[in-house]
Design a protein around this ligand. Sequence first.
Ligand code: FES
Length: 132
Amino acid sequence: MPMPPGGDRFGYSSQANAMLCLAGMSWTTLCDLSELKEAEGKYVEIDGFCLAVFLHQGEPRVMDNACPHAGGSMAGGWVDEQGCAICPWHGWGFHVADGRLKGSTAVGINVYSVRVRDFDGRRLVQADLKMP
Ligand code: FES
């Protein structure tokens, strides 16, 4: 099926994104599931959000890209065997499930609800990005 006009920079149509939004939710397509590699990060910038998207045990996970320590790019990191995204700058780790800093409850990073939706033969990774 041809892509309708008005697609975003990821190739997903605005119509597709609009159709997948639910009232009160802001499900936004970030990428195709096939673009993610297990335990590796992917940088996605969309609608004013700078995000790190990971695949952990086959499930996509999304967090803010800026590390709360000193602003390192979490997307340049990886997920360790304990399910923590590791910042490549100084090695801080944040649980991909809830954003808690490994070994501490004092610091955390924003994480987002994620889902995978089938649309037009693709498996879309979507995050619930609260719009201001
Ligand atoms: S900037 Fe991330 S650990 Fe320092």
